[in-house]
Design a protein around this ligand. Structure first.
Ligand SMILES: N[C@H](CCC[C@H](N)C(=O)O)C(=O)O
Length: 288
């Protein structure tokens, strides 16, 4: 099967996008296709696959699949790329529109440059989920998970857990370059205290308006950036009183910067860019 695709990235967090307005694929192939597209040796190579699809609840829909074929419920970098694509390909006609994810419906606003190309995208990611049961995370009776002792592999850590529609475990470190990303990322990702797995973030607080950030993603491993993770990091930093609500925070990810604000209404806003890498046709040998 020949499948048209467009490869895009947000701060180096790159996915293979398939426009289901133009091309139809059976749902039972999604997981296998994502794994084959993402494989750098026998496929195109990416952090996963994102499907841009018609929605009855919003102007456009987006579904994200990780490198291992598992489905995530939201994707910040993917939302910015989806917004850019939807606007530039006439799926939407206004600069402000809604996008349905498996977790919620978000609002996107695009800003064009002089060449009428989308340069910056702001997404209202909605409200974070802070209750343990909604992360989800097992553990004590405390309804929230803020600086909770979390012993793993003999290390005594403290975790703050936040869901942005997908689960995030945030750990604060003194120096981001010394964060145990590869040692503890994969262990925490599958820790039994997170029944649905978890995205793992390490954060160094530079100032009340600046964070350094690295991520081990559920289902994809280390990526250059994670938009929902950056949002979770700002929420966690505020809950731990390192940052202040309703102030704009610059998050330095490996692939670049995002501007994040958790406003007083409780919504998290993310602003950043999105880039096209390539378009093409994938030769898919389907595995039913
Ligand atoms: N990279 C994405 C997050 C993917 C989340 C996925 N790894 C999961 O929740 O399983 C982002 O920019 O938000």
């Amino acid at each position: 099967m020949e499948i048209p695709f467009i490869k895009m990235h947000g701060l180096g967090n790159n996915y293979i996008y398939i426009d289901l307005f133009q091309f139809n694929i059976e749902e039972n192939l999604f997981s296998d296709l994502a794994q084959k597209l993402a494989n750098v040796n026998t496929g195109i190579g990416s952090d996963g696959m994102i499907l841009i699809h018609p929605s009855e609840k919003a102007d456009v829909g987006m579904r994200i699949f990780n490198k291992d074929g598992s489905e995530g419920k939201s994707c910040g970098n993917g939302l910015r790329c989806t917004a850019k694509y939807a606007y530039e390909h006439g799926i939407v006609s206004n600069e402000k529109f809604t996008i349905e994810t498996r977790a919620n419906i978000v609002t996107a606003e695009v800003t064009e440059n002089d060449a009428e190309q989308v340069e910056l995208i702001t997404i209202n990611m909605g409200q974070p989920q802070l209750k343990r049961v909604n992360i989800p995370m097992m553990g004590s009776d405390d309804p929230k998970v803020v600086a909770e002792p979390f012993d793993v592999n003999g290390e005594k850590l403290e975790v703050t857990a936040v869901s942005m529609g997908n689960p995030h475990a945030v750990f604060f470190v003194d120096a981001i370059d010394a964060a145990p990303l590869y040692e503890l990322g994969p262990v925490i990702e599958r820790d039994s205290r997170f029944p649905e797995g978890v995205n793992v973030e390490f954060v160094e607080v530079v100032s009340p308006h600046e964070l350094n950030f690295r991520v081990w993603e559920r289902g994809s491993g280390v990526t250059q950036a994670c938009g929902t993770g950056a949002c979770a990091a700002v929420v966690a930093s505020t809950l731990n009183h390192y940052c202040n609500q309703n102030e704009t925070i610059t998050v330095h990810l490996a692939g670049g910067d995002l501007s994040i604000k958790w406003d007083e209404a409780g919504n998290v806003w993310m602003t950043g860019d999105a880039q096209v890498i390539a378009t093409g046709v994938f030769q898919y040998a389907e595995q039913k």
